[in-house]
Structure formats: structure tokens, C-alpha cells
Write a protein that binds this ligand. Structure first.
Ligand code: AMP
Length: 274
């Protein structure tokens, strides 16, 4: 049965289909997206596992990306997933493919600078998955805040009739955001890693309290460096557009951070209450 036919069967009689796009090596954060899609009104949920070459700009990162197909399928089955789509690269990008989706606005800066072409790959693969499945709802993690804004913008700009459900970041008990790449942290790095979240919480509280933003960000970047991180950015932005903010506003704000710890690039973000 084709993917289109399988999804049409799940959508029969007005049933709503949820979609959870992933790159596999699944953890609790991914599984929370399945539940969130159901809570948002999906009667059936499909997950895709596709390590999308178009969104990797370093071939070594792509080759190193963790894969665990058997474990993933077991987890999805246990979580009650109705359909899993594991397309080969040639099925997503057949020879002769020549179209990509370029989103400006929220793609710019931060991960867009650190990983040129990354969001072109993300937007293109998400648009294809949305159109292949005709899903009514797609769940995305807040863990990748910029990605969430890019996908929302893309679906809105291209009039794709899909609801994008944002799902709060699942964290380990010590606050570290769950990520497929955390398995590459050494024991010492794993012990240091939660400091990123703790530092961000301190910064977010201080910004809410009205302390000067630029100074705070600089001081806390230094604190991360002293702890062994190589911070890429620590920034206060407008939550939806990702425009950098030099001072707090009453509109929704987000604190974004990326920092390398050993060979792992940690990514995190959180809301900053006005
Ligand atoms: P990935 O497989 O890393 O591409 O992630 C697939 C989806 O899972 C994306 O929507 C991510 O934002 C989401 N995700 C990854 N980690 C977490 C987490 N710790 N909590 C919530 N969602 C997550």
C-alpha cells in the first residue's frame, strides 16, 4: 500500500491524522509528540523517521547521526503509533529533484548562521511530508524553537492546511534537554551539561526582573566558557520572529542558546516571562 493510500485510510470518515516528523534515535521527547498530537485532536498518528541529508551541511555530522531503527519501531509500536514512514533518500529526493523551499524571516540568524542551508532542508522535507500525508496536525518540539517558527511560517505562507502543535521540551531530571545527540557526551561532559539550562534559567529570571539584557548575556556567556562550554550564541529574541532584543518587551520573548561541549552541540531555549 502506498503512503498516500495508508494515510487516506487513517483519515477516512473525517478522522484527523497527526504527524510526528523525526530523524529517529527516539527518546521520551519524541514520544511526547505522539501524545501531544492526540491531545490536539488527532484520531490517528503517523511518525516519519528520515535522516534528511538536505538539512546537514557537514557530511561527517550526517554520517555520525545516531540510528536505531529496530529500537525506534519498538518504541513507536509501544506508544500506539498507527503508521511509521521510513522513506529511503531516493524516495524523498528522486534523481532530477530540483525544488527547495527557502524561508526567510525566522530562518535568519542563530542556527541559520551556524548551519547554512539547514532550514532550507528542514522546510523542504516538512513541506513534502505534509503533502505526502495530508496530515491535519503536525507536532513539533519547542526544543528546536527556531525550527518550530520556520515550519509555522512555511505552512502559513504556502497555505498548507495543517495545524502545527508546539510541544514543551522534555528534560532529564537535572534539566538537560533530551536530545539524540546527548549520547555522545562523555561522563564528565554529561555532568557539566545541565549548567546550560541552569544558566539560562538565571538569565531568564534576571531579564524578567528588569536587569540590563546585554550585560547579563555577556556575563553568562563568560560563565559558560569558564565551565568548559564553547557558546555559539546566548540571545534574547522576539518569540515568533526571532528578532534580537536588547531589552525586555511586553510581547512574548524567548531566550535561545547553542553551545558546544566537547564534540556535542547543545541547543536549548526557554520562555522569558515579561
Ligand atoms: P529530531 O529527531 O531531533 O529531528 O526531532 C524530531 C522532533 O522531536 C522535533 O520536532 C524536535 O523538536 C522534537 N524534539 C526533540 N527533542 C525534544 C525534546 N527534548 N522535547 C520535546 N521535543 C523534542
Amino acid at each position: 500500500m502506498s503512503l498516500r493510500a495508508a494515510c487516506a485510510a487513517l483519515r477516512a470518515n473525517g478522522r484527523r491524522l497527526g504527524l510526528v516528523p523525526t530523524m529517529g534515535a527516539l527518546h521520551q521527547g519524541h514520544l511526547a509528540l505522539l501524545g501531544a498530537a492526540r491531545a490536539a485532536g488527532a484520531d490517528a498518528v503517523a511518525a516519519s523517521i528520515f535522516v534528511n541529508p538536505l538539512q546537514f551541511n557537514a557530511s561527517d555530522d550526517l554520517a555520525r547521526y545516531p540510528r536505531d531503527e529496530d529500537g525506534d519501531l519498538t518504541k513507536l509500536r509501544d506508544a500506539g503509533c498507527d503508521l511509521v514512514w521510513l522513506p529511503p533518500v531516493e524516495a524523498m529526493y528522486p534523481p532530477g529533484s530540483a525544488s527547495v523551499i527557502e524561508v526567510a524571516g525566522p530562518s535568519q540568524g542563530f542556527e541559520g548562521d551556524a548551519r547554512p542551508g539547514h532550514f532550507r532542508g528542514v522546510a523542504t522535507v516538512c513541506a513534502k511530508l505534509f503533502l505526502q500525508t495530508s496530515a491535519d496536525i503536525a507536532a513539533f518540539g519547542e526544543k528546536d524553537w527556531q525550527q518550530l517558527q520556520v515550519v509555522r511560517r512555511m505552512a502559513r505562507d504556502l497555505d498548507i492546511p495543517i495545524h502545527i502543535e508546539a510541544v514543551p521540551t522534555m528534560r532529564e531530571a537535572d534539566g538537560l534537554a533530551m536530545s539524540s545527540r546527548n549520547r555522545f557526551l562523555s561522563a564528565a561532559e554529561r555532568a557539566t551539561a545541565p549548567l546550560l539550562y541552569q544558566t539560562m534559567q538565571d538569565v531568564a529570571r534576571a531579564i524578567s526582573a528588569g536587569l540590563p539584557v546585554t550585560q547579563l548575556l555577556a556575563d553568562d556567556k563568560s560563565r559558560l566558557i569558564a565551565a568548559g562550554f564553547a557558546p555559539d550564541y546566548l540571545a534574547l529574541v522576539a518569540a515568533e520572529t526571532l528578532e534580537p532584543l536588547a531589552q525586555k518587551t511586553t510581547a512574548p520573548m524567548r531566550l535561545l542558546a547553542a553551545a558546544r561541549l566537547g564534540s556535542v552541540r547543545l541547543l536549548d531555549n526557554m520562555a522569558v516571562p515579561a
